[in-house]
Write a protein that binds this ligand. Sequence first.
Ligand SMILES: Cc1ncc(COP(=O)(O)O)c(C=O)c1O
Length: 403
Amino acid sequence: MSTVRLSPTVAGLASSATLVLNARIQAMQADGIDVINFTAGEPDFPTPRRIARAAIRAIETGLTRYTAVRGILPLRKAIVTRVEQDYGLSFEPDDVVVSNGGKQCLDNLWRSLLAPGDEVIVVAPYWVSYPPQIQLAGGVPIVVRTRIEEGFQLDVDRVAAACSPRTRAVLLNSPANPSGVTIGDGRLAAIAELCCDRELLLVTDDLYYKMVYGDFRWRHPASLVPEVLRNSLIIGGVSKAYAMTGWRIGYALGPRPLIDAMIKVQAQATSNPCTISQYAALEALTGMGGDEEVTRMVAEFERRRDLMYQLVAAIPGLECVKPQGAFYVFPRVSAYFGRRTPDGRTIASAMDLLEYLIDTARVAGVPGSAFGGPDHIRFSYACGVETIEAGMARVAGALDGLM
Ligand SMILES: Cc1ncc(COP(=O)(O)O)c(C=O)c1O
């Protein structure tokens, strides 16, 4: 028996229900069982060829060494240009750090910003990694809930009430993972004003900003309340919009002292993000045809969103907010709590329901507890329309079988 003692911070972190589920799904698939997997957090499209070719060119021309920790200058310039075009906000290349995904940007941020016990406002339902990343940096996530009855819209008064003298930052994610909900201009402006009044850092996780549907027009809060820009940190990346999750390139833009601190953290943790991936990301952001590919993928996601939402909303007992972006639906399933399975088990939680769906319908999603929404399940529609149709027919059949 090992006598290794773990750090109390790590020992106290919740372990991921998703990993347990994924292991189970993979084991079933390895046994040849046909499981429809709605757990994916990534586009099912391949990375566009021109981007892959840029990476191959980088390898073949010897662009395979370390780069500056903060990333190559042409890529930082391309990010600045992109943010200028899409956000209408001006930055310099030295206001940018490129990291191993948006995820490392967030990790660099909390390590750079927080003293032990400092608080960060996190809006639930939230992306799984937000609370643990803050905790690993010694901070305290303060969760502000949104309600399905209010379309998961953020109540700014609730955010204000959750602030304390220890609050350092407010973290927004629009469109959101897992709900697909976007934040409208009025609420964005009110949050921006709150951050200005209280001198809080406004962090926007904009990983999905290009993936919005219908006539929703995405905006950054600083385009509504320019004063907030001096205390804003933007997090972005190529993972979702360019189908590049495995390349691990994300970026952050913000006040230079904060960016410099994040670079210091990254320099000790990982150095530069993968050099080859940086050249691929440069092609993604600057090459010909980029916007065309994104537009095509987003149009396909919108078609799938319409179908998935329609099928989920038609299942008795499931309540769902129509997503305006990203590629997830997040229905409330608690109407089925207390029901019994044909073999006599009682469904007491979303996890129980998921286990039942996996066992009987051979359909998997992610339990809402991972996202601070324990009455919900997240289904991803980053898969073909036939899969969505077949999977939701199976879910409807299995739920109908509960007593
Ligand atoms: C809301 C949100 N933020 C950040 C990330 C991190 O993405 P990446 O590290 O691939 O850039 C994800 C990935 O699933 C996400 O859903």
